[in-house]
Design a protein around this ligand. Structure first.
Ligand code: CMP
Length: 140
């Protein structure tokens, strides 16, 4: 297994519920190391650019409204197999389908307001980490 990096976002719903610490503690307990962290209120431009791959989807406007509805926490996680590990810890996109004890099952309310984001591949992880962090801000 390789040491990888992946982007996690504690989304505005989870920040409103005061869950930042619980979510980061879970990553650490699972062996994922936060190597860059920033609390940020995304601009419309940042949210639309980040989710550009979903631009044609009917939920794109709603997704960007939600992601700009309040502060979120941007995190680069590093660890063995980090992309897949993070996705396992998050659970399915729809919390109703997420496995027990996953972050989305524990903390999310709906498919739109689903507590956390995680990169879906190593290739996208590199793009997503670079979208929010300069290389000088990420120290493994
Ligand atoms: P995320 O992992 O951040 O990547 C894209 C997001 O789009 C996803 O989590 C969901 O929050 C959101 N999303 C996916 N499908 C829907 C949907 N049917 N309705 C609203 N939002 C959705």
């Amino acid at each position: 297994m390789a040491v990888e990096r992946t982007l996690s976002i504690v989304k505005p719903d989870a920040v409103r519920k005061n869950l930042i610490g619980k979510i980061i503690a879970r990553f650490e307990a699972e062996g994922l190391r936060p190597i860059a962290i920033r609390r940020s209120w995304l601009s419309r431009q940042e949210a639309e650019g980040f989710y550009a791959v979903h631009k044609a989807r009917p939920f794109f406007g709603e997704l960007c409204d939600f992601m700009t509805s309040g502060p979120c926490v941007l995190i680069v996680l590093e660890g063995e197999n980090a992309v897949l590990r993070n996705r396992e810890i998050m659970g399915a996109t729809n919390p109703a389908q997420a496995a027990e004890n996953t972050l989305r099952r524990l903390y999310a309310d709906s498919i739109g307001e689903n507590a956390v984001h995680g990169s879906d591949s190593a290739e996208n992880a590199a793009i997503e980490c670079a979208w929010f962090f300069r290389t000088t801000e990420v120290h493994g």
